[in-house]
Design a protein around this ligand. Sequence first.
Ligand code: TRP
Ligand code: ZN
Length: 313
Amino acid sequence: MKLSVPGRATGIAAISIAALLTTSAIADAAPARVAAAPDIPVANVKAHLTQLQSIATANGGNRAHGRAGYKASLDYVKARLDAAGFTTAIQQFTSSGRVGYNLIADWPGGDANQVVMAGSHLDSVSSGAGINDNGSGSAAVLEAALTVSRTQYRPTKHLRFAWWGAEELGMVGSRYYVNSLSTANRARISGYLNFDMIGSPNPGYFVYDDNPAIEKTFKDYFTGIGVPTEIETEGDGRSDHAPFKSAGVPVGGLFTGASNSKTAAQAAKWGGTAGTAFDRCYHSSCDTTSNINDTALNRNSDALAYAVWELSE
Ligand code: TRP
Ligand code: ZN
């Protein structure tokens, strides 16, 4: 609806608008913070994981590149975003002789010359359902996007969310996307935030140390909730932020650990089991909905939203 310009209003309407303006002028004297990041309902994130598990179960137990479970995962995420008012696009590519897909969702509005992106790989390995790797990141990015819609967030910058295909074949989808961008459109991306494995059952709290401003934003969130973090070092560059970083885009992200073992010092600060992998079901058939630590999933989903809101306002 197009609102009438206050100065053109007449009579009684003009008086009530003037009263409203006075009230809002007082309210605006409050601190300049524009929009506080919302709490992401972890129950909603888990509901997406249940859907991804059902999709895997109905399609031979996986959601891998080139398999029916991948396309069904993409269709699920796309339908939710379309219903929420996103502009979605499927980008198709071929890898190892099979068709793969990226899903890109733009939230209408914001400065097209300052794009904040958040993304995750949606494919699993063929040996399992891939619920921590990487249903967790995919579900959290989806729920953050749906929260943008629910709250009708109107940031200064433009928001774009992405779900990558064929990460498990060597970051194929994300590299394809980055290579498909014109130099000008690549330069418009002010930051790419990556979420790959954020609900590991024996979790660590790892923050990528690529771009200092993005890293600080995540660390600020965790400091605020009193959770210590460490720099992510388990195979640095082994996820979809790597092609963005190579192209000069500022990147960051979160990770709760894969096959590395949690040390005694890490167990002392985070709890969990020392001498056991962060995710002992990494790339195996037990990466199901049972392979998720709800506290880690909740904290990382909220940290994701905090960064998206903070970096885009
Ligand atoms: N991307 C890897 C996978 O999907 C997992 C992984 C290993 C990872 N090291 C990482 C993800 C560091 C993010 C950051 O199999
Ligand atoms: Zn993986």
